[in-house]
Ligand binder design. Structure first.
Ligand code: T5A
Ligand code: NA
Length: 210
């Protein structure tokens, strides 16, 4: 192999799941672990509430403003699109990205409001394809035992039941289901193992967009 091609790209690892399934906890533990292993990695989160689209999304989620369902769906997608150039260059320069929610959340939450699933998928077509999607699955009853929902717009039982069903319909070949109804440490060990084996297998796989 030519030396110029020797920089091993990073992996695009996505954590998805039901609310309170522990995504944020596990994403940050994973990045700490990878960093301790000397694996260059970075944590990203969608929605990224810091950008201008993210501020509009935040204002909608916190019920400060109203937005048409289609419009807010497109904002969530735009919030991912605006991160793509930066994500691509980080991945190509060898950084593994650990992403807290991605297109699956985008589709599941809007479709749960009754919008057509195929319509929901279109704005995200062409985004970078993950190398691995870890879906943290937690039964609604277990999620409810993790304390009451906050004040945000989608944090209601009916909505959460619909979202989980839609998530499960979105399963594809990239998915691995993680039983999230275990201790944080058990889940963390499980995730580490799966991520390390993915890192071992991406050598010659090009970064994909679909
Ligand atoms: N959304 C998002 C869309 O509609 N479209 C989109 O395109 C996108 C990207 C905000 C909302 O936006 C929607 C989905 C959401 O409704 P968000 O900011 O990611 O999305 O939502 P958050 O409120 O940050 O995330 P969650 O509520 O889903 O929580 P997490 O990250 O799954 O869970 P976490 O780690 O914060 O843990 C929750 C609690 O459980 C405990 C934790 O300590 C914490 O208290 N916990 C455990 N307890 C027992 N056992 C374990 N194993 C535990 N793991 C964590
Ligand atoms: Na979270």
């Amino acid at each position: 192999p030519k030396l110029a091609n020797m920089v091993k790209r990073g992996a695009l690892i996505v954590l998805e799941g039901c609310d309170r399934s522990g995504k944020s906890t596990q994403c940050s533990n994973l990045v700490n672990y990878l960093t301790a292993c000397n694996i260059d990695s970075k944590l990203l989160k969608f929605p990224d509430r810091t950008t201008s689209t993210g501020q509009m999304i935040n204002s909608y989620l916190t019920n400060a403003t109203e937005l048409n369902d289609q419009a807010v769906h497109l904002l969530f997608s735009a919030n991912r699109w605006e991160a793509m150039d930066n994500m691509r260059s980080m991945l190509l320069s060898g950084t593994t990205l650990v992403v807290d929610r991605y297109v699956y959340s985008g589709v599941a939450f809007t479709a749960a409001k009754g919008l057509d699933m195929n319509w929901c998928k279109q704005p995200d077509v062409g985004l970078l394809t993950p190398d691995l999607v870890l879906f943290l699955d937690l039964p609604i009853e277990a999620a409810e035992q993790r304390g009451g929902f906050g004040e945000e717009r989608y944090e209601k039982r009916e909505m959460q039941i619909n979202v989980r069903e839609l998530f499960l319909q979105l399963q594809d070949s990239l998915w691995q289901l993680i039983d999230a109804n275990r201790t944080m440490q058990e889940i963390e060990m499980d995730i580490r193992q799966r991520v390390l084996s993915t890192l071992d297998t991406i050598h010659d796989k090009p970064l994909k967009q679909d």
